[in-house]
Ligand binder design. Structure first.
Ligand code: UTP
Length: 402
């Protein structure tokens, strides 16, 4: 059976060491192979499916001053939804944080100076502000990957979940995607193990459904999905929740005005009339540098990976495939002699889906501007832009003791 399946897909080489494996490892290996998404490999043969964007136009957004003007109205609507259990927070913590150069879960990174102050701790504190304000706990669903699931759960347990009650906390694992050589052959990581990597943050909803934890929170109508690395972000922010609900749209995106035209953030635009996030490397130089009569960049709304998604619409689109991005990477593998090779150059592809591609599928989106120095302090690198250093400065600026 296994042999026939692999032959069908031209992957018989994976069985090279199969007979050497103890029975238990054979079963585990079979399980891994059974879970491979073979359709993904077709992408390599038809890469043109991914390229080509529609007609791009700038999108208006709800500005900070407009939000201030209507704040009370938004706040009231948002609080009401939160109190009724309609909002869940989804923390995307399945990434590998390679730029930070640590194997530990990114949220376990310590930003403290005179005492420990972990990224996870800061995020939980931000959410607890809302809990206090609304008088109810917000379900917090944390996505991990196979690579960091145990370490993340243990970290939370060791720190008493930073005061968040277990009853409102769930972990779920994202799916893994195979890595392949440029010839389309899957790599082995060990004799009985495929080389797999987290399938990108666009798989969060499918993985959440598979984990079957939503039955514990039946009132949820909105998911506030956010990244692990912005330590200043407001989570389940009632003003954002209220503004999105009252707008009648299917999603909301928190964003900042680009600091300068070339800033490396995805930009929310209209693509053939639908909201769509264009990554900075996909934007033409002409559009990137376009300046309006007011002297501001025309394509200026940079997303911060803090979205609100309507559950009903997510359900509706869950059967649709979201675009798969193919990324060239250095992938360690086991060669024909059973030796582990760590390549010096890119030797294959990884596949991932991105949450920003979901915005287009939602069909309507409220771009909601935030005050950058109050809500945007991403920790991507150790030093330089969007780093541990800049995040520490911004935390201090916002009155957090390090
Ligand atoms: P990034 O795009 O910054 O990727 O993730 P990363 O893997 O964390 O970091 P680098 O690029 O290797 O340094 C943005 C958010 O999406 C989550 C991350 O944990 C982060 O919150 N993410 C990313 C996942 O949950 N799963 C993934 O497969 C990828």
């Amino acid at each position: 059976m296994l042999k026939t399946l692999l032959e069908e897909h031209g992957q018989e080489h994976l069985l090279r060491f199969y007979e050497e494996l103890p029975e238990e490892e054979k079963r585990e290996f079979e399980r891994q192979i059974g879970a491979v998404d073979w359709q993904i490999l077709d992408l390599m043969r038809h890469p043109e499916d991914l390229s080509g964007r529609g007609r791009i136009a700038p999108t208006p957004f709800l500005t900070v001053s407009e939000i201030r003007r209507d704040r009370e109205r938004y706040l009231e609507a948002g609080r009401e939804a939160i109190r009724l259990g309609k909002v869940a927070a989804v923390l995307l913590a399945g990434g590998q944080g390679t730029r930070l150069g640590s194997d530990a879960p990114k949220g376990a990174f310590d930003l403290g100076v005179t005492r420990p102050l972990y990224i996870f701790e800061l995020l939980i504190r931000n959410l607890l502000d809302v809990v206090r304000d609304c008088g109810v706990y917000v379900p917090l669903l944390i996505m991990t990957s196979e690579k960091n699931d145990i370490a993340t759960r243990e970290f939370f347990a060791r720190h008493g979940n930073f005061g968040y009650p277990q009853e409102y906390l769930r972990f779920f694992r994202q799916d893994m995607a195979p890595s392949v050589s440029f010839e389309g052959k899957l790599f082995l990581e060990e004799k009985g193990r495929l080389a797999l990597s987290p399938n990108g943050n666009g798989g969060w909803y499918a993985s959440l459904l598979r984990a079957d934890i939503l039955k514990d929170f039946p009132a949820v109508e909105w998911f506030n999905v956010f990244s692990v690395d912005n330590v200043l972000q407001r989570i389940a922010d009632p003003v954002f929740v209220g503004a999105t609900i009252l707008s009648g749209r299917n999603c909301g995106a928190k964003g900042v005005r680009k600091a300068y035209p070339g800033e490396k953030v995805g930009v929310l635009c209209l693509e053939d009339g639908l909201p769509s996030v264009i990554e900075y490397y996909e934007m033409s130089a002409e559009n990137r540098d376009l300046v309006g009569a007011d002297g501001e960049p025309v394509y200026s709304f940079g997303v911060t990976l803090n979205y609100l998604f309507r559950a009903e619409k997510l359900k509706e689109i869950s059967g649709r495939r979201i675009p798969v991005h193919v990324v060239r990477k250095k992938i360690p593998y086991l060669n024909g002699a059973g030796e582990r090779v760590v390549p010096e150059r890119e030797n294959g592809y990884k596949f991932e889906t991105l949450i920003l591609d979901m915005v287009r599928l939602m069909e309507s989106c409220l771009p909601f501007e935030i005050v950058r120095e109050r809500e945007f302090a991403p920790v991507k690198n150790r030093t330089g832009a969007d780093s541990v250093e800049t995040a520490r400065e911004l935390l201090i600026y916002n009155g957090v003791e390090l």
